[in-house]
Each structure stands twice: as C-alpha cells, then as structure tokens.
Design a protein around this ligand. Structure first.
Ligand SMILES: Nc1ncnc2c1ncn2[C@@H]1O[C@H](COP(=O)(O)OP(=O)(O)O)[C@@H](O)[C@H]1O
Ligand SMILES: [Mg+2]
Length: 149
C-alpha cells in the first residue's frame, strides 16, 4: 500500500473542550507520523476556500462561523493508506451514526459542531494541505521507530 499524506483540522470545539491531546493520541497510536502541525484562528477567506464544495448548503454559513470562531489545530499526517485510514478513524459525519471507537463516535455531540475534519480523497488532501501549509512547514522524515527500542 502506498504511503500517503492527509490533512486534518482539529476543530475549535475540540480545543474548547480540551480534547486536542486525546485526538492527537489517536492519530499517533494508529501509526500516523506528524509532518506538520500548527494552531491558528482560521481566517474567513481560508475557511471559505477550504469548504467551497459546500457553498449554498443550509449548513454552510453556520459551518463557516463555527470554523472561524476560535482557534483550531491543523495537521499534515502521513502513513500507508493515510486518506482512507484517517476517514475511518474520524468516523461518520453525523456523530450519532459514527461507530464507537471512532473520534466522532466517541467525542462528537452534534454534526454542526463536528470536532475533526479529515480529507475525503488524495486530491482533497493535496488541495487542503496547500491551503493551510507553506512547503517549509512540512517536515518529511523516515520512520525509524525500531531504532528507538
Ligand atoms: N447536515 C448537516 N448539518 C449541519 N452541519 C453539517 C451537515 N453536514 C455537514 N455538516 C458540517 O459540515 C462539515 C463538512 O461536511 P462534509 O464534508 O459533508 O462532512 P465530512 O466532515 O465528514 O467530510 C461537517 O464536518 C459538519 O461539521
Ligand atoms: Mg468533507
């Protein structure tokens, strides 16, 4: 299976609820390498670009105001089959349908205030990483886990 990069946003609600550590722990224990990570209050234009596929939908405006309300953590993650693996780890969009054991299944309360974003395809991942990260903010490194024991 190919090594891929994917993109996640730990959304403002997760910071407010002090769940960032729990969520990052799940990424790490699932074997994702963190190549880039930063905290920012997402500017409106950036949120619009990120969620442009949803323009005009009923939840679009509330989604933008939620995403820009408070800081979020954005990350570039790498592992084999990263895109599909992260979507599975995040769980279904509606937390009521998300399986227990997934991030949304365990911590999500409402769809509107979803606590994580995960890219839905390799193309989306490339596009979204480019929106949020400069090249020099992504550090590529090899997996030397075995050497640490
Ligand atoms: N029916 C809905 N009602 C309220 N908010 C929604 C709804 N559908 C989606 N959203 C919000 O918009 C975000 C983007 O939606 P979408 O791309 O369809 O889901 P996902 O985050 O699983 O990729 C969701 O994470 C959620 O916060
Ligand atoms: Mg989506």
């Amino acid at each position: 299976m190919a090594v891929e990069r994917t993109f996640t946003i730990i959304k403002p609600g997760a910071l407010q609820r002090r769940l960032v550590g729990e969520i990052i722990s799940r990424f790490e224990t699932k074997g994702f390498r963190i190549l880039g990570m930063k905290t920012l209050k997402i500017p409106k234009e950036i949120a619009e670009e990120h969620y442009k596929e949803h323009v005009g939908k009923s939840f679009y405006k509330p989604l933008l105001s939620y995403m820009t309300s408070d800081p979020a953590v954005v990350m570039v993650l790498e592992r084999e089959n990263a895109v599909e693996s992260l979507r599975k780890l995040a769980g279904a969009t509606n937390p009521d349908s998300a399986e227990p054991g997934t991030i949304r299944g365990d911590f999500g309360v409402t769809t509107k205030k979803n606590i994580v974003h995960a890219s839905d395809s390799l193309e989306s991942a490339v596009r979204e990483i480019d929106i949020f990260f400069n090249k020099n903010e992504i550090i590529n490194y090899s997996d030397s886990l075995k050497e640490w024991y």
